[in-house]
Each structure stands twice: as C-alpha cells, then as structure tokens.
Design a protein around this ligand. Structure first.
Ligand code: S3P
Length: 439
C-alpha cells in the first residue's frame, strides 16, 4: 500500500445534533461540512416536515446547510408520521425535543430500526410527564417487556427529573437533557460510564449552561437556545477507524487522515489500538490543552491522525473501554484477528442492539473467512494470527459490519466478497472510493 492522505466524512453524531439544536434555536445557523448521508437526511427531513427551513449548499469538497431556527416551541405538527429510516440516533434523541412541543407526533423507522429497544428513553420521558407509547413486545425468555418503534409522542408541560441510567448511552443522556430544556428546574442524568458528550458541548455553543461532572450531567430549565451563527463539523473518528486498522494491517502503509474529531469520549479506538501496538500519532489543530474553563465545553478537539503499518498483539479490552469505542468494536475485532495472541473483549451486550446484532454478524463473518473467534457469555475471545481466506459474507444490512469486513478482506489471502453494501450510505457514502485509493 502506498502513502496517502485522505479526508473522511463529517461526524454523524455531531451533524444530527447540529441540525436538531439549530432548528429549535433563535436565529439562523450555517452548519459547515455537514454529513450528507442517509441518517442525517432523515433528521433534516423530519425538521422540514415540522416547518423548519433548511437550505442545502453543495460545494466541491463539502456540503453546508443553513437552518432557520424556529425557537424552542416553534415546531409545527407534521402532516403525517415522521419516517426516520434506519436512524437510531434520530429515533432516540428527537423525542427529547418533541416532548416539549404542544402536539402529537408518530415516529416510524425501517424494519431494522423497528426492532431496536426504546424503553431506555420512554421510561425517563414518562417520568418527566410525556405521553409516549410504542409497540410493546414481550421477551418470554427474559420475562421482560420492550418498547419498539413506531413511537407516538404527545408533548406538553414537563417535570425536571434526576435520572440514573443503567446503560451508558449518549442517546439516552441526550434525549433526557433535551427534554430538560423545556422543564422547570434542574434535570440530572447519571450514567455508569461516560458516553460521548457532543450534546453537552453543543448545548454550550447554543448558550445553555451544562454542568458536567463526569458521570453526572445537569442543566437548569427552561432554556431558550440562541444560534452561535456558524458550526463546523470535524471528520468522524468512527469512519476514520476503518482506515486506521487498514493502515496498520497493510505492509509498508502510511495513511494521513485529515481533520478528524478527537473528542476524548470518542477516541477509545486510538487507546485500544495503541495498546495492541499500533503505530498511530496525532497532530492536534484544536487541542485539548487549548480548551479551558467555559471554552472546554464549547469546542470539539480536531486533528490529523497518522497511521503506519504495525504489528498487533492481543490484549484484554474492558467494558469501560468498550463504551469509548462502541461503534468501533467491529473493526477492532478485525484488528484482533491480525494480532499475535489472544484478545478478550468484555461488556459486549450493547453491541447486540445496534443496526444489527454486531456480535452475531461479526462472529459469523469472521469465522467464515477462517478466524478463531468465540463468544462466551459477555466476552468475545479472538485467537489472532490465523490465515484469513476468501469467502462471501453478508453485511446483515449493517454499515459498520460491511466496512469492517471489507477491511478484513484487505489482509486476507484471497478475495472476501461482502454482499448487501447499500447500507454503507448510512454514514460513509464514499467508503469504496477511498478504499480503492489505497490499493
Ligand atoms: C450515538 C451514540 C451511540 C452510538 C451511535 C450514535 C449518538 O449509541 O452507538 O452510533 O450519536 O449519540 P448509544 O448512545 O446508544 O450507545
């Protein structure tokens, strides 16, 4: 592989939040370098259907949008149910905003999104006084009930709550914080491990004081958000992850990945791969050191990642590390297949409720190409160093499974064919173009 410099797509999590907060703020916001992929299109369409004017400007190297905010309670009842496609982030965060609007709305998703658990947001929202219902499904094995989309939400007057979430989830935390904007008093959310904090940082940019005490975050409502004017979205570390692993496993490679978001709550992948022996270095442009006091809440650290061909060794990955690399575990599983020795990944339960069951999809696929990989309760055990060979595998309709298996194919002897690749458009429409640039 040759030495290349690449630009990966803008951050999906930050793009969603930028559209959402800009829509309910006072003033106009130019969102520079927004991700124009399926999930963000669903968020944009949802707000357009509720009366927000959003203009799209396509430039040669990036897309910008201008959102004309309608204010905190200025959204209009949509004419029909809002269709959110495959976007779990929209389905889980948007209800926090709808909770404060004076109308009833139904949120629908595609087949995969309609299977994803929503009780994690319906329980706290109900405690805040929201009328929210979904499709009830009984899990006879676990003697438990789950709520799945479609969700019907009737917003209104909200109570501030102190919520202790059992799951480390930025989607749950964000949903409650956004509902907290409309409630009288202080809304607190505590989580077992620190999840990504983009909502907290972006709320600060829109003039809302968020108290961040690590595992506990809080804000005092009611709040009136004000547009900061311009927001610039950095590259998505979750998309960079595929090329970090690709660079490490390719002999003689050097890849420079430009302008990637390096938020401390997102860079678990770098810490994990460095422990495995990856030759990765960072060149910060907006550095964590520059961020002090109030500013620390406002900015997202950004920089270039330089990756060189490396030799991996197997390591143990803890549940805390999994939270900081939740979307990157599939490609970390690929890295572990190329490592000398055993890798153990602990705390994998949340991977089972992503776009697909990613434990199942990755274990099935990696076994098919010859990897030694087992699941033991809440552990994944990978004995690295086995020769990976050609096979046809499926994406299972999941973008991260698809791209991880394409990376596995780079290091395999023989051709790995990944079928059902359309799902890549969810987050990384030009993935194959960049991958081809490397060969
Ligand atoms: C996201 C949070 C994560 C992640 C998802 C995007 C977000 O989900 O897996 O792709 O933008 O808040 P959880 O918060 O449910 O872990």
């Amino acid at each position: 592989m040759k030495s290349v410099s690449i630009v990966i797509p803008p951050d999906k999590s930050i793009s969603h939040r930028a559209v959402m907060l800009a829509s309910i703020s006072k003033g106009s916001t130019r969102i520079k370098n927004i991700l124009m992929a399926e999930d963000i299109k669903r968020t944009i369409e949802a707000f357009r259907a509720m009366g927000v004017k959003i203009s799209i400007y396509r430039h040669v190297t990036q897309v910008d949008v201008v959102v004309r905010g309608v204010g905190m309670v200025g959204l209009k009842k949509p004419a029909k149910p809002l269709y959110l496609g495959n976007s779990g982030t929209t389905m889980r965060i948007l209800p926090g905003i709808l909770a404060g609007q004076d109308f009833e709305v139904v949120l629908e998703g595609d087949e995969s999104l309609s299977k994803r658990p929503m009780q994690r947001i319906t329980v706290p929202l109900k405690k805040m006084g929201v009328k929210i219902e979904g499709h009830r499904e009984e899990n006879i094995e676990r003697r438990a009930e789950e709520i799945k989309p479609p969700l019907k939400i009737r917003g209104g007057k909200l109570k501030a709550i102190k919520y202790n979430s059992k799951i480390a989830s930025a989607q749950v935390k964000s949903c409650i914080l956004l509902a907290g904007l409309f409630a009288d008093g202080i809304t607190h959310v505590t989580e077992p491990e620190k999840s990504r904090d983009h909502t907290e940082r972006m709320l600060a940019m829109f003039g809302c004081k968020v108290r961040d005490e690590g595992l506990k975050v809080s804000l005092k409502g009611p709040v009136c958000l004000r547009s900061p004017g311009v927001i610039e979205i950095p590259g998505d570390i979750s998309s960079a992850a595929f090329f970090i692993v690709a660079g490490c496993i390719s002999p003689g490679a050097k890849i420079i990945i430009k302008n990637v978001g390096l938020n401390p709550t997102r860079i678990g992948i770098l810490d994990i791969l460095k422990k495995m022996g990856a030759n990765v270095s960072l060149k910060f442009k907006v550095t964590p050191r520059l961020l002090s006091g109030q500013e620390s809440l406002k900015l997202e650290p950004v920089g270039d990642i330089v990756v060189k061909s490396s030799r991996f060794k197997g390591i143990a990955i803890s549940p805390k590390e999994v939270v900081r690399a939740i979307d990157e575990i599939p490609v970390i599983m690929v890295a572990a297949c190329f490592a000398k020795g055993r890798t153990i990944i602990k705390g994998i339960q949340e991977l089972r409720v992503k776009e697909t069951d990613r434990v199942e999809s990755m274990v099935t696929n990696l076994r098919k190409i010859g990897a030694d990989i087992k699941v033991k309760g809440e552990l994944i055990v990978i004995n690295g160093g086995k020769l990976l060979t050609s096979a046809s595998v499926s994406s299972f309709g999941d973008h991260r499974t698809a791209m991880s298996m394409m990376v596995a194919g780079l290091g395999a002897k023989g051709k790995v064919i990944v079928t059902d690749l359309d799902c890549i458009n969810k987050s990384f429409p030009n993935f194959l173009d960049i991958l081809n640039k490397l060969n």
